[in-house]
Design a protein around this ligand. Structure first.
Ligand code: CA
Length: 386
């Protein structure tokens, strides 16, 4: 089998309302898929992390830099191809967009390998540990109109809970005092047994994060996500030593070499690797092994389309229990509850996440060849940006 074509599909549409997190507002939803064709008639699909103009850069790297290196090559040799591409690009970026671009290509190669073998990705690894996972619903994004935000967040939290999610995640980023009030309002709106997580998107310096973290402890928050900048490993370690609340992070970290420092520095109590950014499935499995080496549980960061969800479901299936036992902690699937046509409409065969969550709070992990998602050509044509 040989690779005959590598294509990028950049998709986008205007959201019904402007949403935000601590770093920016956004009014458009976007996604960037990678399609790899072979001479065997099989096609693989991957996804690159990176919205808007970042996807334009990633598309150029996929099509102009990586594609010429891998066209004509055997797609099953994904480890070999990964290292050839990485070694050539190392001098030009060991984090960020080159890795995001390579991630989409690597995921498509794994999808192809699964289809060629007739096995789901988790089975191809010999690692289907579970058939379903709990799902947590994130929403409660910031809005430009800050008046009534507490009431709005409380209403959204209750709606997410009523939809069947047993855990939910909110954004903060308005400043220490206002953020604490916002979390208080959401916690009051939720049942005691519903888990609440808080995501700062690295909007604080360590002193602010310490103050917010103490309040989150008192409110029984399950984790405090990206409290400080990803470069501030010492800040992370200080927070983790000082606070009882779980410190989660890692979505902005790349490759085994970046993760090594995060783990050796004992920076996070919950690791959130992003498969569509850190280097793809090949690299995710190495990072997962590193996390297991340090006995740090992994709860995948998930962003993007149904391709990303399906890929992450395979990787959630492929996690050994840590450390093992009759009732080990389970990982969860992160799921966007805000308007996202690339999750709801993209796939020919729906993952039916919302329907399943409404019944059980969980989602079954597909066992079709590859990651199991085939994008609908009509949906690709409808949202295509180029
Ligand atoms: Ca996050």
């Amino acid at each position: 089998m040989k690779i005959t074509a590598v294509r990028s599909h950049r998709l986008g549409y205007d959201l019904p309302e402007t949403l935000g997190y601590s770093q920016q507002w956004y009014a458009r939803r976007s996604a960037h898929l990678v399609e790899i064709e072979t001479d065997a008639g099989l096609t693989g699909w991957g996804e690159c992390f990176g919205p808007g103009a970042v996807a334009v850069g990633n598309q150029t790297i996929v099509e102009q830099v990586i594609a010429p290196l891998i066209i004509g090559r055997d797609p099953v040799q994904r480890e070999v191809l990964w290292h050839e591409v990485y070694n050539l690009l190392r001098d030009h970026g060991q984090k960020g967009m080159p890795l995001q671009a390579l991630s989409g290509v690597d995921i498509a190669l794994w999808d192809l390998a699964g289809k060629a073998a007739g096995l789901s990705i988790a089975r191809l690894m010999g690692a289907r540990y579970r058939d379903s996972v709990p799902v947590y619903g994130y929403g409660m994004m910031l809005r430009p109109d800050r008046t009534r935000l507490e009431a709005r967040f409380a209403g959204e939290a209750a709606a997410i809970e009523a939809a069947g999610f047993r855990a939910t995640k909110m954004k903060v980023g308005l400043g220490v005092a206002e953020d604490i009030r916002l979390v208080e309002a959401v916690r009051r709106a939720l049942k005691d047994e519903t888990r609440l997580m808080v995501d700062a998107n690295h909007g604080y310096h360590v002193t602010q994060a310490m103050a917010v973290g103490r309040a989150l402890e008192d409110l029984g928050v399950y984790w405090f996500e990206e409290p400080v900048a990803p470069e501030d490993l010492e800040g992370y370690a200080e927070l983790r030593r000082s606070l009882k609340v779980n410190i989660a992070g890692g979505e902005a970290e790349f490759t085994r070499w970046g993760w090594r420092r995060l783990l050796e520095g004992r920076c996070v109590s919950i690791a959130q690797p992003e498969v569509c950014g850190l280097g793809g499935i090949s690299e995710f499995m190495k990072v997962l092994t590193l996390c297991q080496t340090h006995f740090i549980p992994v709860i995948n960061h998930v962003w993007g389309s149904a391709v990303s969800i399906a890929t992450n479901l395979q990787l959630l299936a492929a996690q050994p229990p840590l450390p093992g036992g009759l009732f080990p902690d389970e990982p969860m699937l992160e799921f966007d509850t805000t308007h996202n046509a690339f999750m709801s409409d993209l796939s020919l065969e729906s993952l039916q996440v919302r329907e399943q969550v409404a019944a059980t709070g969980r989602v079954t992990i597909p066992d079709r060849p590859g990651h199991g998602v085939e994008p609908n050509p009509d949906v690709l044509a409808k949202y295509r940006l180029h």
